[in-house]
Design a binder for this molecule. Structure first.
Ligand SMILES: Cc1ncc(COP(=O)(O)O)c(C=O)c1O
Length: 487
């Protein structure tokens, strides 16, 4: 046996041993063909995988052992929606109206794009994890002005991030202590990253139902003291996706008191905070509640903000995290290893965007007009909470079956909405959200036509809102065509 083959033999037996050690403990995927072809053609890859993966016998199989928590991740709502629509054929004569993905349709802030171009040569430089001082100062000035804060330490209480999605995910990985019970409270229905981040960090989601009865906000008073003791992080989403509900200051303050009592972190996702309907009443934020309580160290509190919706820059991937330095500094350390610093041209673009409020006001104005047009069109046929903020509508589906509603709306009218039940964990819910669709009528480029088609169809095909029918006196949702005609 030559030197090379004996070395290879040692690698093989080490891998086989690793595999048998892991066999009981790990969930695994046997990728026989892939493994063998990789092994034959690229032995170096086998070496690369060998710390985490092993194969039991090079001649028969190659086992890739991945983090078993990956199996716990649910498909994204859009994947589930695609499956629901896979077998359906919509009418070719009607153009598709997609009302599903929450992507802004207004123009990105031109000042940010200009800064991006002006600083493109800085792509040649590595950025630092904590970003430019000028960016942190701009962010701090914006947040202090917007939320009436006494101050934010730009070295220790502010961190630029590549959008709130990655920051939320990464924060949970950095913050959760796996050595003790690790519940993470999330609103239900919810933005799926809260759940996925929790599962991959080895935590357990605690779903807090947001139903019409509690104003589509979590009812923290319903959580028992025993459960609170296991909670490490509470996610707030305000204004909420998908319901648009806004958390009042008093509720933030109550939650802060609970955080002190039970020693948990409050993570407030405020990425829709700048899209609100009443110009005089911006949604409050968690740090604002801290400031009103004189809690200027923002103890146990972090907020997540983004330029994606505020400045129509979802492709820029820019936001920030701010709050308690004892949370931000370890998070920064985590991010140094994770390697997610924002590129310098993006940082300059972000500075330009955070410094300008005119485009944000204009953006709100455009949404306001769309909201007004769409709610006028849909109110006669659908029930929905009066929107305060965000660009979502959360209408109750006439008839109550959100999946059937979604499929029929697609197959008959070529309109896509997202069934509410795909954005929630139904099992744990006392009142499942099935019966709502998350309809991004408002983010749609053509909001009024987008609402009119579902309205015409809903009026024709679905039970109407429960009102007293002039013709029959019927008080119920009613399929009777003569009742419908009379309204
Ligand atoms: C509730 C919520 N949080 C966070 C995000 C992520 O936004 P971004 O990463 O673009 O800042 C989204 C995006 O749609 C969202 O709906």
């Amino acid at each position: 046996m030559d030197v090379e083959s004996s070395a290879q033999g040692r690698v093989h037996s080490a891998l086989a041993e690793t595999c048998s050690r892991h066999r009981q403990a790990c969930s695994r995927t046997m990728i026989t063909r892939l493994g063998l072809s990789l092994h034959r053609r690229l032995p170096i890859i086998v070496g690369y995988f060998s710390r985490h993966d092993a194969y039991n016998d090079a001649s028969t199989a190659f086992w890739i052992l991945m983090n078993p928590d990956l199996d716990a991740l649910h498909p994204y709502p859009f994947e589930k929606l695609a499956a629901l629509k896979a077998e359906l054929t919509p009418p070719a004569s009607l153009a598709h109206i997609p009302l599903t993905i929450g992507e802004p349709q207004h123009a990105p802030y031109p000042g940010a794009l200009a800064a991006l171009v002006a600083h493109q040569a800085e792509m040649a430089r590595y950025p630092a994890t904590n970003g430019l001082a000028a960016l942190r100062e701009t962010i701090a000035a914006w947040a202090c002005q917007r939320f009436a804060l006494a101050g934010l330490d730009t070295e220790r209480q502010v961190l630029p991030v590549n959008g709130t999605r990655e920051a939320i995910f990464a924060f949970v990985q950095a913050a959760l202590d796996r050595s003790r019970p690790a519940k993470v409270a999330v609103p239900n229905p919810f933005y799926q990253i809260y759940e996925g981040a929790t599962l991959l960090a080895g935590g357990e989601p605690l779903y807090l139902d947001c139903t019409a009865d509690n104003g589509f906000r979590p009812d923290f008073s319903a959580v028992s003291a025993d459960t609170w003791r296991d909670v490490q992080i509470v996610f707030i989403c305000s204004p909420g996706n998908p319901t648009g509900a806004v958390t009042p200051l008093a509720e933030f303050k109550q939650l802060i008191a609970l955080a002190d009592e039970y020693d948990f972190i409050i993570a407030s996702d405020e990425c829709y905070s700048e899209l609100y309907l009443d110009e005089a009443t911006p949604p409050p934020g968690l740090l604002q509640a801290c400031a009103e309580l004189g809690r200027d160290d923002y103890r146990r509190c972090v907020v997540f903000h983004s330029l994606s919706k505020r400045s129509n820059l979802p492709g820029l991937r820019s936001g920030f995290v701010a709050g308690d330095a004892d949370l931000i500094m370890p998070f920064k350390r985590y991010r140094t290893y994770h390697g997610c610093a924002m590129s310098l041209p993006m940082q300059h673009a972000s500075i330009a965007a955070w410094q300008d409020e005119n485009h944000v006001r204009a953006n709100r104005e455009a949404y306001r007009e769309k909201f007004s047009a769409v709610t006028d069109v849909l109110a006669p046929v659908m029930d929905f909470p009066t929107p305060e903020a965000s660009f979502y509508l959360w209408p109750a589906v006439p008839g109550g079956d959100d999946i059937a509603f979604t499929q029929r709306l697609f197959v008959e009218q070529h309109v896509s909405v997202l069934p509410g039940s795909l954005m929630a964990t139904i099992d744990g819910m006392t009142t499942p959200p099935g019966g709502h669709t998350c309809s991004r009528f408002i983010s749609s480029a053509t909001a009024t036509p987008a609402a009119k088609r579902p309205r015409r169809w809903t009026k024709r095909a679905c039970p109407l809102k429960p009102t007293t029918c002039a013709k029959t006196g019927c008080q119920q949702r009613c399929w009777n065509i003569s009742c419908i005609a009379s309204r």
